[in-house]
Design a protein around this ligand. Sequence first.
Ligand SMILES: [Fe+2]
Length: 252
Amino acid sequence: MQARNDAPACSLCGHAIPAAPFAREEDRFCCEACFLKQREQHDLQAERDRAYLALAEALVAALDAREQETGLHSQRVACHTQVLARRFTRDPQLLRQIYWGALLHDIGKVGIPDAVLLKQGPLTEDEWAVMRTHPEIGHRILVSASFMAEAAEIVLCHEERFDGTGYPRGLSGEAIPLATRLFAVIDTLDAMTSDRPYRKGLSFDAAKEEILHLAGTQFDPLAVEAFGAEEKTLREMVAMKCGMAPITMAAG
Ligand SMILES: [Fe+2]
């Protein structure tokens, strides 16, 4: 239906807006019915996102229970990866996928037998072969959920290395998703600065030195550059050792 000449047209349905425009955004008018419909869709999306996040956190909790971990590593790397990812995209849908992918990166370990996963001491070659299946197991767990498709790809690639020496497929360079290349830097930062039963966590500066040293081999120089640009923020976050609320949820 065409708008009357003397009344503004709804930018969504094209109907004439009889009274003052109900909503206006960037010089686009919208009628009340379309405004309410959009708000309802936004609320539904927000509700879905909350449910997906709760599901993802439940999966991480299941893995933590098996690994007898306290569980903050996954939350921290998910949030810290966002700091780098937001330098490259502001798309809330993509940022959500990156958050979930980083949060669930090791979820495939739920499929690794206790004798390997919980073994004290070094693994044998055969045990390493079993352990190295965890990215593919994680991908299989997530890929059937359509809303996790991009996150599943991050999970599949999270043990790949920029120089092609990683696994499971030995991908290199830009064949590895950018989000995963960013995650790799953050995962190392968190691992090095966290306490282990056998050693105290290293300083941020020690981790930084190692990350810079591995630019171009283990890590994408672009990801290391982003790390350098966000050093102040990351240094503060690492000092707090907290996961903070997911940035993606606020962005959406
Ligand atoms: Fe892993």
